[in-house]
Design a protein around this ligand. Structure first.
Ligand SMILES: [Zn+2]
Length: 487
């Protein structure tokens, strides 16, 4: 659904910076690992000392080719690094090595799924560049400190065309792109740690117009939710300005998540402000076709094709298949559980409604963690088989799940050890039903007066009296039989 307001439509393009999971940095042998003590992964090259020479990391190029192939891009046989000149304390050289006129990948596209509809979003370009260091503003010390561990960590800059028409489409695009990079195992996609960062170019224009409005760049959004909220806010702000007859200015604005607004940071620089020129310390990059073919041969199945395969092979809905395939570890978990005997629909349900809820509640969303959980796919399959066989009811299974996740205990053994098996003994349940009917004459009267919903309350009471272990279908059946008899 695209955004429109008072005859205006939204035009949104996104610029993503993805940190690559190479072991070493892009132009030196320093470790690219995140989270090490400040200024421990540094050398004269990434500190920008005079006279040092960068050496391009071959693996970075390979990762960039993977990203290009996965997004249907053209891979340039000849591309070139360029210097982007600007001053900032976290950039010791006074320039960043990036790509400008001759990027590695162009003319790509990817598909997004929004409210059941697929839409193609074009990519302008994907290029390689080095990350900068990081300023640390610490209240304990006077002034700011700089950590250069990140200086020279390889980045992909992925620029979309302004094809997105709403905050929801922008969110879907980011999820889709992140998912592709994670499947390729070239980026961990962690927005909070900054390894997947996004700036948004947002403008409005009269519906159907082909010219672009004045664009505003929004920065400082460190979660999908913040990206969507910032874009929604900004579209509203621009629409109000247009309605009030104000002139919008091209500028960079920062998203303030606490105050839920964007505010001006600086007037937007133009490309010519950076005085780009070809990087004289690096040869032009040649990527011969055999190299591209080699990379293509190692490409994994990507989220889109996998989603369609799961729909086809297991009869899943497009929605379930989409949720399951957004993360590779989740899709792997699903397929392994089905292979271990879980029914596809039940297993999909357990994962989408229960497992992923726990992931969200424990805030595990941004990390690839499922494969490290104690719960194995075959244990989840066993749990769903216990429900299907009627050994335990669904509520008992749900209540066991967090413990299984923590401990990796065998579901069947746990059910036996704790006496959780479902009570399907008619005699015992009939007695419980009789006791509940005797205890709640008022509700019994209401039921007989035609208030069928009261049956839910009565079922609940019987479940409670059996410690939640009764077979709910059987309880319902016995209750209805008893109520019919005594009326
Ligand atoms: Zn270094």
């Amino acid at each position: 659904m695209t955004w429109t307001h008072d005859g205006l439509e939204a035009v949104i393009g996104l610029e993503v910076h993805a940190e690559l999971l190479t072991r070493s940095k892009i132009f030196c042998a320093c470790s690219a690992a995140f989270g090490t003590p400040p200024n421990t992964n540094v050398c004269p090259v990434c500190l920008g000392m005079p006279g040092v020479l960068p050496v391009l990391n071959r693996r970075v190029v390979e990762f960039a080719i993977r990203a290009g192939l996965a997004t249907n891009s053209d891979i340039a046989p000849h591309s070139r690094f360029a210097r982007k000149n600007y001053f900032y304390p976290d950039l010791p050289k006074g320039y960043q090595i990036s790509m400008y006129e001759q990027p590695l990948c162009t003319n790509g596209w990817l598909e997004i799924l929004v409210e059941g509809e697929t839409k193609r979003v074009r990519l302008t370009r994907i290029h390689m560049e080095e990350d900068t260091g990081k300023n640390i503003h610490d209240a304990q010390v006077a002034g700011s400190l700089v950590d250069f561990n990140r200086s020279g960590v390889p980045l992909l800059e992925i620029v979309s065309e302004p094809d997105l028409g709403s905050a929801a489409e922008a969110g879907a695009y980011l999820r889709s792109l992140r998912s592709i990079l994670q499947y390729l195992e070239i980026c961990d996609g962690n927005m909070e740690e900054g390894s997947f960062r996004c700036d948004a170019n947002v403008s409005v224009r009269p519906i159907g117009s082909s010219t672009l409005g004045t664009k505003v760049e929004i920065k400082n959004m460190n979660s999908f939710r913040n990206v969507e909220r910032a874009i929604t806010y900004e579209l509203g702000r621009q629409a109000r300005a247009v309605a009030a007859g104000e002139r919008l200015v091209q500028e960079t604005r920062l998203w303030d998540a606490e105050r839920e607004e964007t505010r001006p940071m600086r007037s937007k620089e133009y490309a010519h402000d950076y005085r780009y020129f070809p990087e004289p310390d690096l040869l032009p990059l040649a990527v011969p076709q055999p190299w591209i073919d080699d990379v293509r041969a190692t490409m994994p199945e990507l989220p889109g094709p996998r989603r369609r395969r799961l729909e086809r092979e297991h009869g899943l809905s497009a929605y379930d298949a989409d949720v399951l395939t957004q993360r590779k570890d989740v899709a792997d978990f699903f397929e392994a559980a089905v292979a271990a005997g879980g029914s596809p629909k039940e297993t999909a349900n357990w994962i989408t409604s229960e497992l992923l809820r726990v992931v969200r509640e424990e805030k595990l969303d941004d990390a690839l963690v499922i494969r490290d959980w104690p719960l194995t796919p075959s244990q989840l399959a066993n749990l769903s088989v216990l429900v299907e066989r009627g050994t335990i009811n669904r509520n008992t299974a749900k209540s066991l799940l967090p413990r299984l996740l923590r401990t990796g205990a065998d579901p069947e053994a746990l059910v036996a050890a704790e006496g959780l098996a479902q009570v399907s003994d008619r005699g015992a349940l009939e007695r419980a039903v009789g006791e509940v009917l005797a205890k709640y004459p008022e509700q019994v009267e209401q039921f007989r007066a035609g208030k069928d919903r009261v049956i839910g309350f009565l079922v609940g009471q019987v479940m409670k009296s059996t410690g939640g272990k009764a077979n709910p279908q059987l309880v319902q059946e016995l209750l209805r039989a008893a109520l019919a008899q005594t009326s």
